[in-house]
Write a protein that binds this ligand. Structure first.
Ligand SMILES: NC(=O)c1ccc[n+]([C@@H]2O[C@H](COP(=O)([O-])OP(=O)(O)OC[C@H]3O[C@@H](n4cnc5c(N)ncnc54)[C@H](O)[C@@H]3O)[C@@H](O)[C@H]2O)c1
Length: 244
């Protein structure tokens, strides 16, 4: 690992917006650690980026394995930019969702991010940056109450972390993506995807690179006075109203 460069760690980095963020931060000059649980995909994508001359390393870890997460971080140099992006999404009707559905959503979308943040924060240099990928859905959405609640929880955790870490100049913000064209959308039926697109003021989904661009902004040294905020990158969906 190139320790002359600042280290960025991106979870869920093998796919979707995490992968776009890994590439973007490597192009921004970070030495990037891509963390994912899917070994083959992570190895293939990291190799592709390395072949482009980018400084990208892989760590294959299930982020819900707390001991593995803590030892992975302890074996790394101090991390300057942490992006908690890994997440799971599925649909359940309000009257059918189970407590296990809630536990699974919270386990990765909140608790894994909080565990990793705590371990990274121990040695993060002053002035470090943390970005949590929430979702516009935390404002409210139908057919996935467990997901909505877990994303509202990571926004709360973002605000708590921002208060705790501000004395060290470590800034913590969340991004709330709207509909972004990534593999996670396979959890939606074509009908549900069509319904979601119909609600987009822009009429189309965003690209993973739209999120990577926002992460790049929030982790840059120039954004020194923004903390505890939620940046919506959603093509206007959070504006509300029918659009009529
Ligand atoms: N795509 C969207 O429309 C959308 C909208 C709002 C928010 N989000 C959020 O954005 C984030 C990224 O989603 P995406 O759309 O790029 O999805 P994706 O499915 O393409 O990528 C998610 C990645 O996280 C990894 N991951 C999941 N659980 C893990 C675990 N326990 N340990 C290690 N890695 C794990 C997966 O292997 C995968 O590579 C998620 O938090 C998601 O909730 C997505």
């Amino acid at each position: 690992m190139n320790t002359s460069k600042p280290i960025a760690l991106v979870t869920g980095g093998a796919s979707g917006m995490g992968l776009a963020t890994v590439e973007r931060l490597a192009r921004d000059g970070f030495s990037v650690v891509m963390v994912d649980r899917v070994h083959d995909l992570a190895a293939r994508e990291a190799q592709r980026l390395q072949d482009l001359g980018l400084d990208v390393q892989v760590r294959v870890v299930d982020l819900t394995d707390e001991a593995a997460v803590r030892s992975m971080v302890q074996a790394l140099p101090p991390v300057t930019a942490l992006v908690n992006n890994a997440g799971v999404f599925d649909e359940r009707k309000f009257l059918e969702v189970t407590s296990d559905d809630f536990r699974r959503a919270y386990e990765i979308n909140l608790i894994a991010a909080a565990t990793l943040t705590q371990e990274v924060a121990r040695r993060m240099p002053d002035g470090g940056r943390i970005v949590n990928i929430a979702s516009r859905a935390y404002l409210g959405a139908r057919n996935h109450p467990h997901y909505v609640a877990s994303k509202a929880a990571i926004v709360g955790y973002t605000r708590a972390s921002a208060m705790e870490l501000a004395p060290r100049g470590i800034l913590v913000n969340a991004i709330a993506p709207g509909l972004i064209d990534t593999p996670i959308l396979r959890a939606l039926t074509p009908e549900r995807l069509g319904a979601q697109l119909a609600l987009q003021p822009t009429g189309q989904a965003g690209r993973p690179e739209d999120i990577a661009q926002a992460v790049s902004f929030l982790v840059s040294a120039q954004t020194g006075f923004i903390t505890g905020q939620v940046l919506f990158v959603d093509g206007g969906k959070s504006l509300g109203g029918s659009g009529a």
